[in-house]
Ligand binder design. Structure first.
Ligand SMILES: Nc1ncnc2c1ncn2[C@@H]1O[C@H](COP(=O)(O)OP(=O)(O)O)[C@@H](O)[C@H]1O
Ligand SMILES: [Mg+2]
Length: 290
């Protein structure tokens, strides 16, 4: 197992995230803690999945690691020993709500990171074609994002992130909008890519099955404010495929264990003052996971 070998790639140290939201009664701003004391050390080549109830701070966590959101409330993130201060090409991300470039075609979206890296036009074209094939979008190269379905756009985003070969991949429910069969294909492809390229991956999902299929370690989070409840090591052999897992009793045991961890998670009964204030409260749906 690669879990406890190799050098540390990502160090998250007591990350905390506060959002300021307006209290409708007092009209003042109140602190809303979305992430609390989140510390995690991830070794190079490890695939970490993150599961937790809706609203527990998973997307917040990934946005901070990507450098898209600045952490307010303390803590630090280091990648290869360097402090993260903003987005950079060492991390590829596939985020909810982080859109494709609407003015670029599928092909040119996928080539974007390669352009930034200074890869020649010819080579960019070759690499883009390889990833277009991987995400099953042949024939759609010249379409613009608004001419694609949601699932297709998501696949372009995946190809765009993979094409420039970042060492770290941050993926926020990347297969949620993709149909079941394509999802299985893409999960199997992601497993292959990761085993070939030794990428370090942080993958948020609401599917326990998907987490166990893909990951070396599954981080189970508590309801808001998100903390780590437990980390479950997935001691299943690799290479893995969907077909292998369907036949594996050990897989079922680990899925079951994580299910139990999530379902006995304490759900806060009373929502605190900060949360009852703004529109944000409407989004808090504790424990809607699965
Ligand atoms: N920009 C923001 N401003 C205020 N509150 C936010 C913001 N983004 C997220 N939140 C709140 O922080 C909590 C965690 O959100 P999020 O990270 O999206 O959770 P998850 O991805 O686990 O569902 C939620 O209660 C959400 O409403
Ligand atoms: Mg989310």
């Amino acid at each position: 197992m690669a879990v406890d070998e190799g050098k540390s790639k990502i160090e998250l140290d007591r990350l905390r995230q506060i959002y300021y939201i307006r209290n409708q009664q007092t009209r003042g701003l109140e602190e809303f803690v979305a992430l609390e004391e989140f510390s995690l050390s991830i070794r190079e080549g490890t695939f970490v999945a993150i599961v937790g109830p809706s609203g527990c701070g998973k997307s917040t966590l990934l946005d901070i690691i990507a450098g898209l959101t600045r952490s307010k409330g303390g803590g630090s993130i280091q990648i290869d020993g360097r402090q993260v201060t903003g987005p950079a090409l060492d991390r590829g991300f596939i985020m909810q709500g982080y859109a494709l470039f609407p003015w670029r075609t599928v092909q040119r979206n996928i080539e974007y990171g390669l352009e930034v890296k200074g890869v020649s036009r010819k080579e960019r074209g070759e690499i883009a074609r390889k990833f277009i094939k991987l995400v099953e979008l042949e024939g759609f190269e010249d379409r613009y994002p608004n001419e694609l379905s949601g699932g297709m756009r998501q696949r372009v985003a995946i190809a765009r992130a993979l094409a420039y070969d970042p060492e770290v991949l941050l993926m926020d429910e990347p297969f949620a909008a993709v149909d079941a069969q394509t999802r299985e294909t893409m999960q199997d492809e992601l497993l292959k890519i990761q085993s070939k390229t030794n990428k370090t991956v942080i993958f948020v999902t609401h599917s326990i099955e998907e987490a166990v299929l893909l990951a070396d370690r599954v981080v189970v989070m508590t309801p808001r404010p998100g903390r780590i409840k437990q980390i479950v090591d997935v001691t299943l052999p690799r290479p893995r495929t969907n077909a292998d897992m369907r036949a594996s009793a050990d897989y079922d045991v680990i899925v079951r264990r994580i299910w139990e961890l999530l379902h006995d998670a304490e759900i806060p009964g009373a929502v605190d003052g900060a949360a009852t204030g703004g529109d944000i409260a409407d989004e808090i749906v504790p424990s809607t996971i699965l």
